[in-house]
Structure formats: structure tokens, C-alpha cells
Design a protein around this ligand. Sequence first.
Ligand code: ARG
Length: 395
Amino acid sequence: MKKVVLAYSGGLDTSIAVGWLKDRGFEIIAYLGDVGQKIDRAKIIPKAKRSGVSKIVIEDLRKEFVDSYIKPAIKANAVYEDKYFLATALSRPLIAKRQVETAKKEEAGYLAHGCTGKGNDQVRFEMTFASLAPELKIVAPAREWDFASREEQVDFAVEHKIPVDVSKKSPYSIDENLWGVSIECGVLEDPEKVLPEDAYLLTKSPEQAPSKPKLVSIAFEKGVPVGLDGKKMNLIALINSLNTIGGACGVGRSDLIENRTVGIKSREVYEAPAAAILTFAHKELEAMTLDKETAHFKKTIEQKYGQLIYNGCWFTPLKASLDAFINETQKTVSGEIKLKLYKGNIIICGRKSRLSLYSKELATYSQEDIFDRTAASGFIKLLSLPYRLTGKRRK
Ligand code: ARG
């Protein structure tokens, strides 16, 4: 019998994928990775069984997600098209990797996902499958079936005795994990319209946020957040806290028309309070601790890094090489950043680092100044030499 490991969420698409694969003679193992979304095990296990899987594997991937995916993203200030902190994109290579490992353990020859043919997630799953298990075959039911509507999908489910919760019909497609929420479809397909307030899961609007600002202080060691408000904290707890605190202050929303890997422009709303706050703080700390050339060069690397994550290139040689560069830059990024969160804004309130390159003695305009200003005229003479030549030529 053909055995397949299916990336499973328990939603309509992956439930139907089970029936579709069964019709084609597959034995199905459902794989569900917990990356911080809400998983109701008591509900989802019997649901998967009744849908027709022979086995469901649920794993808590939160620690690995934070240590091996979110930490590198923080060090890289990873963001796509200036607004998307890549929550969904970061989770896919990890889920796909564990899926591959499950397939090897279960001796399955096939890997499957429930992504459609228009999105980025199919690319991310299959780029990872290709890198880690080029010998395994891939099935993408949602790319092949031809249901004309959601109603037809529900009919298929009823026919196949697959339990579906039709009452929970949300107009949006939502993907959620520790690093943020992605909201798509429904009214968002009209770029002239805004997302109704009740659709947001993590954040208050600036209007509803308290009129008193909230102060937070974040400690970093070698580019990684290690403490909040003077207390050491593991990164899962720290992210959860900042999602709550930041979300209440209306921080971390963004609304983006983005360029998908397959070329389509799509509209998505993101909520990522912790990602927004940590990236803001991390950049402030880098401003103090990185030398000028490294800081400027890193910006170009960061942009590429964000694009690689978005495009599913996590397990690629280029990504590994950029990690080596980024990790080298983070050796000195330690210190503490104080911020004020106020009605959707993140405001810098103080910076401190034992490895700071900021020198008050050099910067000051007061008596304590140690800067050798006699060196400046020679410096500028040589710096401007090429333009003395072009200036003369112009004459
Ligand atoms: N556009 C985002 C990405 O490509 C999120 C995709 C999933 N979004 C969703 N609402 N289901 O990473």
C-alpha cells in the first residue's frame, strides 16, 4: 500500500485531503506540528481518525521553532516587504522537516500538504521536501482536485463521512503561531476596504488601547532576547508576554499588498506584536554595537534573508552562508533597550550596552570632548580629492 505523511491542521482542506488520498489508495498518516497555534487534542485526534487517517502524530515544536527559526529571524531583523515578520513562512520549513523525519520513521514513500496552487506555502513545503528528501514523492491534493466551491467540498466531506464544522464558517483564512497571525480573504480581497475590528485576534486598535503608555525593557545576549523588565525569561514566555502587552497597546498590526513567490499580488493583514517590538529593540541595540560598515552591509543581507524565508529557501546553501555572516555580527549585540508602547507606536526610551561603540567623549560638544578636530581638515582634503578633479574638469 502507498503510505503518505500529510501535513494536517484539522481544517476543511486537510480533512478533505484525507478523503481524496484515501480514494486514490493511500494509507494516510496525519502530521500536526504545534508551533503555538491553538490545538484542541481532545477534538482533533478523533476527528482525524474519523476522517480516515491510520495514525495522527502531534508534536510540540515550539522550542525548536523558537530556537532554530525565530532566533535567526530576530538576529537578521527578518521582514518581508517592510511589513511582514514572516510568522507563517518561518513555520513551514520546520513542519515540513519534521514531516520528512516522520515519513522516514514510518517508511512512507509520499509526502502531502493541503496547500492550493496559488499560494506561497506549497512552495515552502516542497522546497523543504526537495532539499531534505529528494527521493520522496509529493502529492498536493488541493492543487489537483476540482471543487468549484466550498459547498462542493462540504458535500464531498459528507459523502466520505468526514466530520466538518460548517457552523464555524469564518470569512477569513487565518494562520496563527507564536510569531504572529496572518489573515487573508473575505473583505481583504478589496484593497479599498479595511479589516473589521472584530477580525483581529491579538491586537486592539489604537483607539481602544489605553491612554497611558506601557514601558518595557528588553535584554539581549548576542542578538537574542533573554529578559523582560529586568527578569530572565525563556524566549517562548517572552514572546507570549510581548504579544499580550503589545497587543493590548495596539502594537504590531500591518496591512500589506504583497508580492507572492508565484507572482500574484495578494492582500494580507498581519498581527505580530512581539515580533514588531523585538525587531525594533534589536535594531536599536545594533545601532549602538555594530560598527558602521557592518551595520550598513548587514541591511542588504537582511533584505535578502527575508526574501529567502518568504520564498521557502530555508534549507539552502545561501541561507546557511548568510547565517554564518549574521551570527558573526551578533557576537557583540548584548545590552538592554527600554521602550514605550503607546497606541500602536513603539518609542525608544533608553539604550544600554557594555559593548557599546557610542563614546560620549567623542560625541560631546562640551568641555569633555576628546575628538581631534585638527585631523578633520586632512581627512576631508583626501575624501574630496576626486571631486576637486571632476570640479576642475567641469570648469
Ligand atoms: N501571506 C503569508 C505568507 O505567504 C501568509 C500565508 C497564509 N495565510 C493565511 N491567512 N492562511 O507567508
